[in-house]
Design a protein around this ligand. Structure first.
Ligand code: FAD
Ligand code: UDP
Length: 366
């Protein structure tokens, strides 16, 4: 059997490419995944207590792209869900992103209008220019006290780097609000797949032109498999056998706990922004999945240097190393590098889907 495409990795990048190539271009695809399941990092599964959990941490779908939303809607129905996050600071809870409620509580104020919040913050902010790192971008918006309380230590725990060592794009993901809006995201489309992500992936990949090989490292089968092109969605440095050195990725250890009570905490996610706790955040999955049960499962995240690669680490030095690999990648004909690990970009799901759809269009038009 000869395949048109060998696709490495069954996360969003691999699955979108496989689905499009198979259904729109009638291409024969073999998708190989080293884990024993599809879905990549968005994989969800029922735990031994019957609670739907996300095996690799909380995944909340949000996008402003109608194209991405319409595309996924072919494979799932949705449940409306707007994510809410609280920061646990010195044992007290504050809304994150920082909003008027956060500011009033933190400074013991009673600011009533957006104008009052803005003029209060103008007494706190530092005007840093140019904005070179993740500290600059936050103190420019809220000043030093809020930065130190909510960003400095959480970032250190998550990345083992302080915000001034990371690109502005990292902490810049989190907006600052002058009103009481305490949703984590404000995107137009905020939904969770009704039956979970894994079910959605199974639908995407169930096509006569797609064969899925689980628990298979592509390096083990590549010499005995016939194909025309590769789409590679694993870590780019691994593809080149680390010839320029290892690209750092941040990993996480997840600890799951089960409680025989309705709820464990008062929001889907609580960020522990002090150094007191070693873990970064606690997710209570039933808020995200809207599962109706008498019991609940949570996960605590402990950030790690080594382990499964989850987060590319956006620093200037890492970007330079990545660009050396990218240059090598561009020399290769018939191999397409696609996704968060292969492009070494801190992408959300919708970005990976949008870029994969784009890559497919380019292939189809070539
Ligand atoms: P992946 O999902 O990593 O898929 C790559 C696949 O390739 C993996 O399954 C891997 O096992 C496989 N692979 C690697 N090497 C090989 C090999 N040699 N042979 C075979 N297979 C191989 N995004 C959001 O939009 N909202 C969120 O709330 C959100 N939360 C997140 C929380 C965490 C903890 C993490 C880590 C990420 C989160 N993301 C979130 C980002 C989201 O997970 C990614 O954007 C998306 O899953 C990336 O898809 P991908 O296909 O590029 O990579
Ligand atoms: N961040 C923080 N405090 C918070 C939330 C976020 O310092 O309460 C910083 C931290 O560096 C984090 C980054 O902002 O890694 C991006 O946060 P996001 O919630 O987008 O992280 P992800 O869900 O991708 O892990």
């Amino acid at each position: 059997m000869k395949y048109d495409y060998l696709i490495v990795g069954a996360g969003f990048a691999g699955a979108v490419m496989a689905e499009r190539l198979a259904s729109q271009s009638n291409k024969k695809v073999l998708i190989v995944e080293k884990r024993n399941h599809v879905g990549g990092n968005v994989y969800d599964v029922y735990d031994e207590h019957g609670i739907l959990i996300h095996k690799y941490g909380p995944h909340i779908f949000h996008t402003n792209s109608k194209e991405v939303f319409d595309y996924l809607s072919k494979f799932t129905e949705w449940r409306f869900y707007e994510h809410k996050v609280l920061a646990n600071y010195q044992g007290d809870h504050f809304p994150i992103p920082i909003n008027r409620i956060t500011i009033n509580k933190f400074f013991d104020l009673d600011l009533k209008t957006e104008g009052e919040v803005k003029s209060f913050l103008s007494t706190k902010i530092e005007n840093r220019f140019p904005i070179l790192n993740s500290e600059d971008i936050i103190v420019n918006q809220v000043g030093r006290e809020l930065f130190e309380a909510f960003f400095k230590n959480y970032t250190k725990k998550q990345w083992n780097l302080f915000p001034n060592e990371l690109s502005p794009s990292v902490c810049g993901r989190i907006p600052v609000r002058f009103n009481d809006d305490y949703r984590y995201f404000t995107d137009k489309y905020q939904f969770m797949p009704k039956e979970g992500y894994t079910k959605m992936f199974e639908k995407m990949l169930s096509h006569k032109n797609i064969e899925v090989a689980l628990s298979t490292d592509y390096k083990k089968i590549i010499d005995n498999t016939k194909f025309d092109k590769i789409i590679y969605t694993g870590p780019i440095d691994a593809f080149f056998d680390y010839q320029f050195g290892k690209l750092p990725y941040r990993s996480i250890r997840f600890e799951y706990e089960y409680y025989k009570k309705q709820n464990y905490q008062s929001a889907g996610q609580v960020n522990f922004v002090d150094m007191k706790e070693e873990f970064t955040r606690v997710t209570e999955y039933k808020y995200l999945t809207l599962q109706n049960t008498d019991a609940t499962t949570i996960s605590k995240e402990f950030s790690l240097q080594d382990g499964e690669p989850y987060y590319p680490i956006p620093t200037d030095m890492n970007r330079k190393l990545f660009l050396r690999y990218k240059q090598e990648a561009e020399k290769l004909k018939n191999i397409i590098f696609c996704g968060r690990l292969a492009e070494y970009q801190y992408y959300n799901m919708d970005q990976v889907i949008a870029y994969s759809l784009n890559k497919f269009r380019k292939l189809a038009n070539a």
